[in-house]
Design a protein around this ligand. Structure first.
Ligand code: 5RP
Length: 233
């Protein structure tokens, strides 16, 4: 996605906010643009207290002077603004391309509203072309991987399940866990997969955000669309 489209989506999401908002602040290159817009507004008197979804976003907010709190200090938030890797018509998402899915989900679920910011290339009919990030405990990684494989087989999902960063030097999340990226290609029943993943003890969290987002602000060359979930059936 071009920088210009990221900025447009971020600006349109910022325009939805009112001064005084208790704000969850997402992670990723689109969220970075949102943080820059927010920081400029703070300098002009916009009032906000933000809870960042990663150490990366925390560092950028601190550098730019966005006032922050922890989720312990402010456990209920008004709105979270965050990016996504895929968005389906019901506004179900795949997230975690940047590795922040656990904190992103905790913060989004502590918020009354989640606004997704993205460009139109993130819109899909069915989730799954983007490899699904699954955050897992480092203890028992092999067993957890077997559990994920068996679950996938039972749902007819094929494709590689790769340790992010590779076996020798895996990527480690802010929570100290590792990530399995599951290249299923297409996930026809995301609810069954999400439910099954929760049953595997070593799975800490997964990047399926089902029924969490209330609004997507999607930028394309033609402008910015505000999309609300299409209810199935
Ligand atoms: C990080 C995420 C990001 O929101 C997602 O990967 C989108 O990132 P970008 O805005 O850079 O395309 O889920 O964990």
């Amino acid at each position: 996605m071009s920088l210009e489209l990221k900025i447009r989506a971020a600006q349109a999401a910022f325009d939805e906010l009112e001064s005084g908002v208790r704000l969850g602040i997402g992670t990723g290159s689109t969220a970075d643009e949102f943080i820059r817009i927010l920081a400029a507004a703070v300098k002009d008197g916009f009032e906000v207290v933000g809870v960042p979804t990663s150490e990366r976003s925390r560092a950028l907010c601190e550098e730019l002077g966005v006032p922050l709190a922890t989720l312990e200090e402010m456990p209920e938030l008004d709105i979270t603004v965050d990016g996504a890797d895929e968005i389906d018509p019901a506004l179900n998402l795949i997230k975690g391309g940047g590795g922040a899915l656990l904190r992103e989900k905790i913060v989004a679920c502590a918020s009354k509203t989640m606004i997704v910011i993205a460009d139109s290339s993130k819109l899909v009919e069915t989730l799954g072309a983007f490899p699904l990030p699954i955050e897992v405990n480092r203890f028992g990684l092999g067993a957890t991987r077997v559990g994920v494989r068996k679950l996938a087989d039972s749902l007819g999902l094929t494709g590689e399940i790769a340790l992010r960063g590779g076996e020798a030097d895996p990527f480690v999340t802010d929570g100290g866990h590792v990530i399995l990226d599951a290249s299923f290609g297409r996930i026809p029943d995301s609810k069954a997969l999400a439910d099954g993943l929760k049953e595997i003890p070593g799975v800490v969290q997964h990047g399926l955000f089902l029924g969490i987002a209330s609004l997507a602000v999607v930028a394309s060359r033609d402008g910015v669309d505000v999309i609300r979930p299409q209810v199935e059936g």
